[in-house]
Ligand binder design. Structure first.
Ligand SMILES: C[S@@+](CC[C@H](N)C(=O)[O-])C[C@H]1O[C@@H](n2cnc3c(N)ncnc32)[C@H](O)[C@@H]1O
Length: 267
């Protein structure tokens, strides 16, 4: 069955919720380590999805705001927050053109799991970064995670996750094809194999494209958004003590971008 996997938030959430506490710890540590100036624990999550990190950050005492393109994902996020007695400002919007935030409102923003690669043009990617920079206060940080592309790769990459919640068993197989270096697009396919409580099984498949980045291409993009300074990189172990360079020696990078202070000069 062909289906947008974001139309079935429960299955997404079952698979990806396992890392949520670790991600929350990393975000707080990154904020402590890299932000400048004083803030008020206000966090923005562009493309917040099923709300796993909205809940986590609200539970940790942050004032949380998030938006997403998918109404089913937003509905799921709102429901989970309500069930947990937590609050967040939620709305439907696009990463490349979101409008509802006031300038300099947030201390922290984050988008950790390659979601940024849904922005299929350089113009949209740069527009997104400018909007996030504008929404952050000077000295505030944006933690942005993406899977970098090895353009020499000739075979498919494959990842598999298995998880279960309340008797619903989900196997998630993701495959991505070698990127086209000219268009900088890669084809991605996700297959979810779901076994419900009653033992009934079904498979659903989603296909989409991602925009690809080498470290050099990411650096070129960042140069177009001088409001941000790249202050650190980590890999997806999300270990705050383990910093990396922005280079192609490892596949998954969590960049920490800081909104420049008014006194900063652009280097
Ligand atoms: C991989 S999920 C990430 C969700 C969440 N941030 C997390 O860490 O679990 C990607 C999300 O991006 C949303 N999305 C994709 N393109 C978007 C766009 N242009 N603007 C806003 N949301 C978008 C999808 O609806 C989906 O909820």
């Amino acid at each position: 069955m062909q289906r947008d996997w974001y139309d079935t938030p429960l299955y997404y959430d079952i698979i990806f919720d396992a890392d949520t506490p670790k991600d929350g710890t990393f975000l707080e540590a990154a904020y402590e380590t890299y932000s400048l100036g004083r803030g008020g624990k206000r966090v923005l999550e562009p493309a917040c999805g099923s709300g796993r990190l909205l809940s986590e950050m609200a539970w940790r005492g942050w004032k949380v705001a998030g938006f997403d393109l998918s109404q089913p994902m937003l509905d799921y996020a709102a429901e989970r927050l309500a069930q947990q007695g937590l609050k967040a400002m939620l709305w439907q919007d696009r990463m490349e053109s979101f409008a509802k935030t006031k300038p300099s409102t947030f201390d922290l923003a984050h988008c950790l799991v390659s979601t940024f690669k849904y922005l299929l043009t350089e113009a949209h990617a740069a527009a997104h970064l400018r909007l996030v920079a504008e929404a952050l206060r000077p000295g505030g940080i944006y933690a942005l995670g993406i899977h970098l592309t090895d353009y020499t790769r000739t075979s498919c990459e494959h990842e598999r996750w298995v998880a279960e919640r309340d008797g619903v068993h989900v196997v998630c197989n993701t495959r991505d094809w070698p990127a086209d270096p000219k268009t900088r697009l890669e084809d991605v396919r996700n297959r979810l194999s779901i076994t419900n409580k009653d033992g009934k099984k079904h498979v659903q498949e989603t296909r989409w494209q991602f925009r690809t980045y080498s470290a050099k291409q990411m650096n070129a993009l960042l140069r177009k958004v001088p409001a941000f300074e790249l202050v650190a990189c980590h890999d997806f172990t999300h270990d705050i003590l383990n910093t990396r360079e922005l280079d192609d020696s490892y596949p998954d990078v969590a960049m920490v971008l800081r909104r420049r202070m008014p006194t900063d000069t652009v280097g």
